[in-house]
Design a protein around this ligand. Structure first.
Ligand SMILES: [Fe+2]
Ligand SMILES: [Fe+2]
Length: 358
C-alpha cells in the first residue's frame, strides 16, 4: 500500500476478496498502512434485533440476518483479526434473546467484541449483557491503532430509575423509534472522564477508531439518532490527527465530517430504518451536514440491509456498501475536501431538485 493512493488500491484488493461471497450483512474493515506487513482487517456486524416470540420461537427473519452475517464473517479472506458487534443484539433485552444471539455469535471463528445497544440495555440496565460480553466501555491497541468502545445509549438517572413502574415498561418505552416518552441518549460524565484519561496515553498521530451504538453527533432527536453530550465527546477527540467514529443504531447509510472526526454508520442485519423526513429541522440542532445522504428504499424489505467493505488507510474510512438488489455505494474520504464523499451519488444529486434530497 502506498501512501499516495492507498484507498483505491486497498479497496479493490478487499472488495475482490469479499465480493467472491454472496451479498450478506457483514462489514469487513481493513486498516492499511505504508508497510503492508502492518495491514489487518476486522469484521463488523450490527443491529440483529433477535426477538423472542414465545419459548424457543424467535422472529425467523432477524435470526437469518445474523446467521448469514456470522457465516460470511467466517468465510472472509484474509481472516479478520477480530469481529465487532455494534449493538441491539436483542429486541427487548430479554435473557432468552441475548442468549440466542450469543449462541449465534459464538459460531464466529475470531475474537468478538461488543457494543451496547439500547435494546440490549433497558430491561436490566445491561446486567446480563455484561455477563455475556464483558465491559460496556473499554479500549485496546491493535497494530498501531487505538480502538475505543463507548456505551452511548445511557440517559438521565431520573428517566432510568424513577419514571417507569416496571423494567419491562422502561424497555418498551425506549424501544420505539419515534416514541415521545423516550429520552435522549448520552455517554455521560463517568465515561467521558474515563475517555479523557484513556486518551492521555495516546499519541496525537495514532489513528483512533471509536465504536458507539448511537452516533456521537446530533442527527435527529425525534428518533434518537442523537447523543446528547456528543460535542463533549468530540472535544476530547479533537486533538488527534485522525479519528473515525463507526456506529450502528440508525440502520442506514450515513456519513459526515465534523472537524477532524469522520463519521460512518453501518447497516443492520435486521431491517432498514427510513431516513428522517428532514435532516435539517431546526429543533434537532443538527450540525451542518457536509454531505447529502443517499437514500435507500425503506419500503423494500431487504433494501439497505447488506454489507460493507471498509478500508481505513492512514486512519480514514472508505466504505463500500453492497446493497441487496440495489446499486452499490462507495463513501470514501476525500482528502482535498477533508470529508467523506459518495462521488457518484453526489454528482448525480447535483442534477436532482433539492426537494428530492433526503
Ligand atoms: Fe437497532
Ligand atoms: Fe439502537
Amino acid at each position: 500500500m502506498t501512501p499516495e493512493n492507498p484507498t483505491r488500491r486497498d479497496f479493490l484488493k478487499g472488495a475482490g476478496a469479499v465480493a467472491a461471497a454472496s451479498l450478506l450483512p457483514i462489514t469487513s474493515i481493513e486498516l492499511a498502512f505504508a508497510d503492508p506487513g502492518q495491514n489487518f482487517t476486522f469484521a463488523y456486524i450490527s443491529d440483529a434485533h433477535i426477538q423472542q416470540i414465545a419459548g424457543a420461537k424467535f422472529v425467523n427473519n432477524w435470526d437469518r440476518g445474523l446467521i448469514r452475517a456470522v457465516a460470511e464473517a467466517n468465510l472472509l479472506t484474509p481472516k479478520p483479526d477480530f469481529v465487532m458487534f455494534g449493538g441491539d443484539l436483542a429486541q427487548l433485552g430479554k435473557k432468552e434473546e441475548l442468549d440466542h444471539g450469543a449462541e449465534m455469535l459464538a459460531k464466529l471463528d475470531g475474537k468478538l467484541r461488543c457494543v451496547m445497544g439500547e435494546h440490549d440495555y433497558y430491561l436490566d440496565l445491561g446486567e446480563y449483557w455484561s455477563k455475556l460480553f464483558g465491559p460496556q466501555h473499554h479500549s485496546w491497541d491493535h497494530k498501531g491503532v487505538h480502538f475505543i468502545v463507548l456505551n452511548s445509549i445511557l440517559t438521565h438517572d431520573d428517566w432510568t430509575f424513577n419514571r417507569w413502574p416496571t423494567a419491562v415498561q422502561r424497555m418498551n418505552e425506549m424501544a420505539g423509534l419515534d416514541n415521545p416518552n423516550g429520552s435522549p441518549f448520552m455517554v455521560g460524565e463517568k465515561q467521558r472522564e474515563w475517555l479523557k484519561k484513556d486518551l492521555e496515553g495516546v499519541k496525537k498521530e495514532t489513528p483512533i477508531v471509536l465504536f458507539s451504538h448511537s452516533p456521537i453527533q446530533k442527527i435527529y432527536k425525534g428518533w434518537n439518532f442523537w447523543t446528547d453530550d456528543a460535542e463533549e465527546v468530540q472535544a476530547l477527540l479533537q486533538p488527534f490527527d485522525s479519528v473515525n467514529v463507526v456506529y450502528g443504531h440508525v440502520h442506514q447509510i450515513q456519513y459526515n465530517q465534523i472537524g477532524n472526526i469522520a463519521f460512518n454508520a453501518v447497516m443492520a442485519t435486521a431491517w432498514p430504518w427510513p431516513y428522517p423526513q428532514s435532516y435539517t429541522q431546526a429543533e434537532s440542532l443538527l450540525p451542518k451536514l457536509t454531505v447529502p445522504m443517499n437514500r435507500a428504499d425503506p419500503f423494500f424489505e431487504r433494501d439497505a440491509t447488506g454489507w460493507q467493505f471498509i478500508g481505513v488507510d492512514t486512519g480514514r474510512v472508505a466504505m463500500h456498501y453492497r446493497l441487496s438488489n440495489n446499486t452499490d455505494r462507495i463513501v470514501a474520504f476525500n482528502r482535498a475536501k477533508g470529508c467523506p464523499e459518495d462521488t457518484v451519488y453526489q454528482d448525480q444529486a447535483a442534477q436532482i431538485p433539492p426537494q428530492n434530497h433526503y
